[in-house]
Design a protein around this ligand. Structure first.
Ligand code: EPZ
Length: 435
């Protein structure tokens, strides 16, 4: 396997011993600029493998997951450089077909190189992604979809090994027990762009990140329609040109900042936040009596008192996003009344309940639901973030807890947030990073 060159990307994975000291904060005031969406950037970086021409991707967030994906591309023999949000990818005639265990085990999203490698190289080896704290992370829908296009898979020594002698378009069903799959839709859509004939993906994921990937692929010369809906049609072409694409703003970062303002009060303007990506979130925050105003290219969020309790069920887009469930639970922990949060995408995604209860929250789990009795005030405590969104939720909780909260597991935050704590400090939060 030839590892390509490329200037080293500044490491951002903080040392695991780093902690955040969070004190009562707020109200938050001012403007924050929303970064590019990690979950759009990752599949779009994989899409650069579909051509040997160079690609330029703008507004790529500087987060650990992006750095991991850069490493995977380099391991495949692709030259990558990254600075100030601008990613330059020069695949050339790369020959690699394997995404190694140590990188895939760090980031499950590595699985989205399967589709591009199979359709371009006819071979792909990706380590079986392990489970993670939010629950099992199967890839059966990915394999089912790619098999429908003619790929064959074996499992060898913990690796999924795929082969394909020229993919052919077909009809693919991607509905699973928990709805569609975002990255399986991405994998099949990317593979279909160079397959022979027409592919129809039924029960496709409708997330904005899938739409952004489709727009990027269309800019490369792919023929795709229906993206954003449950049926996507792809007509294969013989080759694609390099991408020139600007990543959409991160709706989960936007939602996290909106919930922060709802928790500690304030008047916050989110530059770049898109209302059409946050319909369910805006609806639920409005129900909780948070005032949200749609501006030209921003959202304004105002809150002056504790939120009213709401009932939330997480669902695939356009439903309430599972990636904001933990943050919403932190908000409801200081809400007026009893809230119920039901998790339909990852029913095990409740690691944050125990940590929030250590801070004085009153949350009980009933299967895939959490009953949250709002309390007057949380109390600061040492807590540990188990995953990316749980760490964000505990950071927000610390901002509206008495005394001081010491948050470990900070390395998870950097996986998906370029500068969350810096943004919050600039808006008035009292957060200190200590090693
Ligand atoms: C994407 O993961 C996001 N990650 C996740 O964000 C997000 O939570 C998830 O979509 C749901 O919105 C990226 O885009 C990089 P899925 P993905 O396949 O595509 C089951 C974050 O915090 N399933 O849509 O891996 C699966 O177990 C991360 O940024 C199968 O059963 O999620 C889950 O219950 C966390 N078989 C549901 O479908 C499969 O083959 C949705 O998973 C694939 C998935």
């Amino acid at each position: 396997m030839t590892r390509s060159s490329g200037s080293p990307v500044s490491p951002i994975a903080p040392v695991a011993s780093e902690r955040l000291l969070i004190r009562p904060s707020g109200p938050l005031r001012g403007t924050a600029v929303v970064n590019g969406a990690k979950n759009a950037a990752l599949p779009i970086m994989a899409a650069c493998l579909l051509t040997d021409e160079p690609s330029i991707i703008e507004r790529v967030p500087h987060v650990t997951d992006v750095v991991t994906m850069i490493e995977i591309l380099r391991q495949l023999g692709v030259s990558v450089s990254f600075a100030d949000g601008r990613l330059s990818v020069a695949p050339g005639r790369y020959t690699g077909t394997a995404a190694p265990y140590d990188l895939v085990s760090r980031m499950r999203a590595s699985v989205c190189v399967l589709g591009p490698l199979l359709t371009r190289q006819g071979k792909a080896q990706v380590s079986m992604p392990g489970g993670c704290v939010i629950g099992p992370r199967p890839i059966d829908l990915h394999l089912k979809g790619l098999q429908a296009l003619g790929a064959a898979f074996t499992i060898e020594h913990g690796y999924v090994v795929g082969t394909a002698s020229g993919l052919r378009g077909g009809r693919v069903q991607l509905g699973g027990a928990f709805g569609s799959s975002v990255l399986a839709t991405a994998n099949v859509m990317m593979a279909a762009t160079l397959a022979e004939g027409v592919t129809t993906i039924e029960q496709a994921a409708c997330e904005p990140e899938v739409v952004d990937l489709a727009h990027c692929l269309i800019g490369m010369g792919a023929r795709i329609e229906g993206q954003g809906g449950p049926v996507i049609r792809v007509e294969g072409v013989s080759r694609l040109r390099g991408a020139h694409h600007r990543i959409i703003p991160d709706r989960i970062e936007s939602g996290t900042l909106m919930i922060a303002a709802a928790m500690v009060g304030g008047d916050l303007t989110l530059e770049g936040a898109r209302a059409e990506h946050l319909g369910a979130v805006i609806d639920k925050l409005a129900e909780a009596e948070v005032v949200i105003e749609k501006l030209d290219s921003a959202l304004r969020v105002r809150a002056a008192h504790p939120p009213r309790a709401v009932e939330i069920t997480t669902l695939p887009f356009p439903g309430f996003p599972t990636d904001l469930q933990a943050q919403m639970m932190a908000l409801m922990a200081v809400g007026r009344g009893v809230s119920v949060l039901t998790e339909k995408v990852y029913p095990e995604r409740f690691m944050h309940i125990g940590e929030l209860n250590r801070m004085g929250a009153a949350i009980t789990r009933e299967g895939s639901s959490a009953i949250v009795k709002g309390v007057e005030r949380l109390s600061g405590a040492p807590v540990n973030g188990s995953d990316l969104r749980a760490s964000a939720a505990l950071l927000l909780a610390g901002m509206c807890a008495e005394n001081q909260t010491e948050l470990t597991g900070v390395e998870h935050l950097k996986r998906g947030y370029q500068n969350l704590e810096e943004q919050l400090v600039r808006l008035g939060a009292d957060i200190q990073r200590i090693s």
